[in-house]
Design a protein. Structure first.
Lengths: 182, 170
């Protein structure tokens, strides 16, 4: 029998038991969890799971899984078939950097900064935004983790982001956080 | 002399590099007293002039004010340190403390700081000095020097999943 690879994305109102519910539904169908990532945003909870299943290919169990997640657990779920390469591929370790952006809130900060990074071939791997309301006006904190095109490109990236930050009236700091290979 | 209101992020005064002090007369003495009074009135161990709305390279640090857990040993400190036109001239070692700021009341962050720093500054009369500090005192000095350079501890976040933490209580 062939091994099939899947990506399951699940979201729903945060409450105790979601992870156990999803894990048990997958176990019922003979699935093996390979990798996962979870987050909470507001009152919502989200999970990405990559798993495998050794079986003859058919879509009946896929529909049954999604239906049970929806009706028994009130979860929204999407299932996507992957190739083995898509499921396990990470690529060689690249340089890493963290970009911190903070200042008064205004429309367009995330769009302008991420567009600038894209144009300079910076691959964003994670992003977090927070809005503050304790000051006299709202503030915005944006932290981006990602892979610069090359570690040598960081000084140029830093200068360009600082100029963009000035135009947006916001502070931008760039840090090299590449892990050492030990 | 007064307890002054703390400027809160994203107040623009916190983002501007501060002007060097050239006049060590009564106006500076008045500012330093306001900083002391404001520090005394709150829970912090340091405060910089931009945090009370003044764009000048002036800060004070007093980590002897730090509350320590019962039974814990207080680290050695220099008591009240007045920093006028401070510059960090040497730094070594690393520490990763969890840092907060009176001007960013909702957030804490695990940041990378130097374990030991040497700071060159003037005192309230204009006399220059160099001081080497370590541990928590070094953390406080770096934090306040950041303030007079127009920076916040948010500059030093290196892991967004684990570093930025919402503050629950002050």
């Amino acid at each position: 029998m062939k091994t099939h690879y899947y990506l399951l994305s699940v979201s729903g109102s945060d409450r105790t038991g979601i992870v156990a519910a999803v894990a048990n539904e997958l176990f019922r169908h003979g699935c093996n969890l390979e990798d996962s990532s979870m987050m909470r945003l507001g009152s919502e909870f989200g999970i990405f799971l990559i798993f495998t299943r050794r079986a003859a290919a058919n879509s009946d169990w896929e529909m049954a899984l999604l239906e049970r997640l929806r009706t028994r657990h009130a979860l929204q779920a999407v299932l996507k078939r992957l190739t083995k390469k898509e499921a396990v591929s990470r690529g060689p370790q690249r340089a890493k950097a963290v970009v911190s952006v903070y200042g008064p809130d205004r429309p367009g900060i995330v769009a302008r900064i991420t567009t600038y990074l894209f144009a300079r071939r910076f691959n964003i791997t994670d992003l977090s935004t927070h809005r503050t309301t304790t000051g006299l006006r709202p503030g915005y904190i944006l932290v981006i983790e990602g892979e610069p095109f090359s570690i040598g490109s960081l000084p140029t990236l830093r200068r360009g982001l600082e100029r963009l930050g000035s135009a947006l009236k916001t502070r931008v700091a760039v840090k090299d956080v590449t892990s050492a290979k030990l | 002399m007064a307890v002054r209101p703390i400027r809160i992020f994203p107040d623009p005064v916190l983002a501007a590099p501060c002007a060097r002090v050239t006049d060590f007369g009564p106006r500076l003495a008045h500012l330093l007293q306001d900083l002391r009074d404001t520090l005394e009135g709150g829970p912090g161990v340091g405060i910089a002039a931009p945090q009370i709305g003044v764009n000048e390279r002036v800060a004070i640090v007093d980590v002897s004010r730090r509350r320590v857990k019962k039974g814990a040993t207080m680290e050695a400190s220099h008591g009240l340190i007045v920093l006028v036109n401070p510059e960090i001239t040497a730094a070594r070692g690393l520490q990763t403390p969890r840092e907060g700021c009176l001007s960013v009341p909702d957030w804490l962050a695990d940041v990378r700081r130097f374990e030991t720093v040497t700071v060159r500054a003037s005192d309230a009369s204009g006399g220059e000095f160099c001081l080497t500090v370590s541990g928590f005192e070094a953390l406080a000095v770096q934090h306040e020097v950041d303030h007079v350079n127009g920076r916040l501890f948010l500059d030093h976040v290196t892991n967004l999943k684990t570093d930025l933490i919402r503050r629950k209580a002050y």
